[in-house]
Design a protein. Structure first.
Length: 151
């Protein structure tokens, strides 16, 4: 009997992470100003953090649209909140096997000379370690945008 109870709890937990609601008020955060939490399952691309923000030689609207196209071309990615036209979006990507949600907040700001700066905050909702997934995701997505300009 105890085995069945434990099995039911495990199955319940597995199902919960797949269907747990995602509150946009909690996860749609500004990567330009957010403070990272204590858990190591996150990656913040902002000057002085895990990686510096990137500057691209294109207007903000174009960079935001290009990033949106890259993000939505990846498997299991949806927009949680925001809009590329507003230059601030949070995406949710579910992991392949367990469907755990990861949240990726992206902000584009204008720079002098028609350039734009990209800030990204990627983090896992569940678990302590992400095994480098958030860093790899941001490196992959930003590489797909082309070469940033020297800062």
């Amino acid at each position: 009997m105890l085995t069945w109870i434990i099995l039911a709890l495990i199955i319940g937990l597995i199902l919960w992470v797949r269907v747990a609601p995602s509150d946009a008020n909690q996860w749609h955060v500004d990567p330009e100003t957010v403070e990272k939490g204590a858990r190591p399952n996150q990656f913040l691309m902002r000057d002085g953090q895990d990686a510096n923000s990137l500057v691209f030689d294109m207007p903000p609207a174009e960079l935001a649209a290009n990033f949106n196209d890259v993000a939505l071309s990846k498997p299991n990615v949806v927009v949680l909140d925001g809009d590329a036209k507003e230059l601030f979006v949070t995406y949710m990507q579910r992991t392949k096997l367990m469907a755990y949600p990861d949240y990726i907040s992206v902000k584009v700001t204008p720079e002098e000379g028609g350039k734009s700066r990209l800030f990204v905050y990627s983090r896992s909702r569940f678990g302590r370690s992400d095994l480098g997934v958030n860093k790899a995701r941001i490196q992959d997505w930003t590489a797909a945008l082309g070469q940033p300009v020297a800062q």
